[in-house]
Design a protein around this ligand. Structure first.
Ligand SMILES: [Zn+2]
Length: 363
């Protein structure tokens, strides 16, 4: 989150004419939401974030070009270069590695053509993030001032060198892609993955399941946690391994640990709390889904089964846990069990009613 307080973020807020009080990222999010409201006022029939995405692309002046293969990328590159868009000569390079999309300011756009082109990389696994990539490119344009538009050149930086603006733009994309105006009326009085599927299909079918589940948990009124569990080392084990301290004995074994926690509905106030990197108990349905053949299971468990390596247990609390396999990880949606203190021992396993593929997307 430090990146969201970087000098560059303050500068963006200042360039947009936002008052210099409070967190700059919050002010910029509010600015983007106001722009969305203004567009929705002009297009009152817009009923979903997917439709809003197209409206914003048209309003902000960009055209999405999706490339599904290397051949399509070369063909698109050739088409634009031949039309005089020499910036496209670097298209292949722009989409290398962790880059999922790029927006070019057109040099020779004809009257009536949109001034920008946003190329969305949908090759291989990158296709799983296409919805988010489109919102990412739109978010760049949303915070562009008129002066900056004439010299637009977007270069992405990732990993340790990630530009603070990229973190900000990811935040905007995650918010706009599941705009509360559309999402909140859809959230009903239960917490379930089938509801995530239903809402995703209704509002933004192109979005990944994981991104949809994150937005769902974050905006739910009922206490809940969305967690992602993967095989990982403890932080101290990781550091020791990195320093090569295990040369004289066996390296530590990775265990199933919580790698992402998204709380919703004041979860912590209701005692629903699992720290990041906590080990998942082997008796939990989350572990069973990770180890087993099934891609989905649901169970009622007690959080006191969750024991850390120093012997401490989480507070006792009956919870309902739904677990879905997601490539090498498990996504689990945890809510308060509705049937009182009587815990069901063991697990109930059933087929995933939604049957929707799980996409490993993160933001
Ligand atoms: Zn970017």
């Amino acid at each position: 989150m430090d990146r969201l307080h970087a000098q560059k973020i303050w500068k963006i807020a200042s360039d947009l004419g936002l008052p210099p009080n409070g967190a700059p990222a919050d002010a910029i999010l509010g600015f983007c939401e106001d722009r969305a409201k203004a567009m929705l006022f002009d297009f009152p029939e817009c009923a979903s974030p997917s439709e809003l995405l197209d409206i914003m692309a048209a309003t902000l002046g960009t055209r999405f070009e999706e490339v599904q293969s290397d051949d399509e990328l070369f063909a698109l590159q050739r088409q634009y270069v031949l039309s005089g868009e020499l910036g496209f000569t670097s298209l292949g390079k722009e989409l290398e590695g962790e880059s999922y999309g790029v927006t070019f300011l057109r040099m020779v756009a004809c009257t009536g053509e949109r001034p920008f082109v946003s190329v969305i990389d949908c090759r291989g696994k990158k296709s799983l993030r296409s919805y988010f990539t489109k919102w990412h490119e739109i978010a760049h344009l949303l915070i562009l001032t008129d002066q900056q538009k004439s010299a637009y050149k977007r270069t992405h930086g990732y990993g340790a060198n990630k530009d603070p603006e990229e973190t900000l733009v990811d935040l905007i994309a995650g918010h706009m892609g599941f705009l509360p105006t559309f999402l909140l009326p859809e959230i009903r009085a239960d917490v379930s993955f089938s509801e995530v599927d239903r809402i995703r299909l209704k509002l933004c079918p192109e979005a990944s399941f994981q991104a949809s589940a994150i937005a769902y948990a974050k905006n739910h009124r009922l206490p809940c946690l969305l967690i992602e569990a993967k095989l990982a080392l403890r932080k101290d084990e990781e550091a020791e391994t990195f320093q090569g301290c295990f040369s004289f004995h066996d390296p530590p074994t990775p265990r199933l640990r919580v790698q992402m926690v998204v709380p919703g509905g004041d979860a912590r106030k209701h005692g629903l709390y699992i720290p990041k990197n906590h080990r998942v108990p082997e008796t939990s349905v989350i572990h069973q889904v990770h180890d087993g053949q099934q891609d989905y299971a649901v169970a009622t468990e007690c959080l006191s089964f969750w024991k850390s390596s120093d012997g401490k247990r989480l507070e006792a609390l009956p919870v309902r846990i739904e677990a879905r396999k997601s490539f090498d990880a498990v996504l689990a949606l945890i809510s308060l069990a509705g049937d009182g203190p009587h815990l069901q021992r063991g697990t109930q396993k059933k087929r995933n009613p939604g049957g929707t593929r799980i996409f490993d997307d993160s933001y």
